[in-house]
Design a protein around this ligand. Structure first.
Ligand SMILES: [Zn+2]
Length: 143
């Protein structure tokens, strides 16, 4: 048997426009540090933006606080939503997962969203699945 290239969870992500805007705003606001956050919704549509604290306050890595994650997961459940995406920013580098990002990707069913602020023209957003060390680029759309 070959490697599974695709599975049914590999659906493209859809951002509601205001969620997309809020995510980018949060990333710009946290510059020069990496920003991070969660996106929740249903059926791979990101309806809610949850800005999180980067406890490392670093320009090239991020880590979320476990208590904050637990708290936000409870609130998602109350809203009847599931985790759809996990985002963070790359203040000075391209929108592609770093070796560290790949090692720490613990949610194979979530879409990893990277907002690169390295271009002075406009932020670049890219989406990935990271499953057992394998990075797959995902398409996304705005709604
Ligand atoms: Zn990264």
């Amino acid at each position: 048997m070959g490697k599974e290239q695709q599975n049914s969870s590999n659906k493209n992500i859809v951002f509601l426009q205001y969620v997309y805007n809020a995510m980018i705003h949060h990333c710009m606001e946290q510059k020069p540090f990496e920003a991070c956050g969660l996106l929740s919704g249903t059926n791979n549509v990101a309806c809610t933006h949850w800005p999180m604290t980067n406890v490392l306050r670093s320009p090239n890595e991020f880590q979320m606080d476990n208590n904050q994650i637990e708290f936000i997961f409870k609130r998602m459940k109350e809203k009847g939503e599931q985790l759809v995406g996990i985002y963070h920013s790359h203040p000075t580098t391209v929108p592609y997962p770093s070796p560290n990002d790949i090692i720490h990707a613990n949610y194979p069913e979530a879409v990893y969203v990277i907002v690169s602020l390295s271009s002075h023209i406009k932020p670049e957003v890219a989406c990935f699945h990271i499953q057992r060390g394998l990075v797959t680029t995902m398409k996304y759309s705005l709604q």
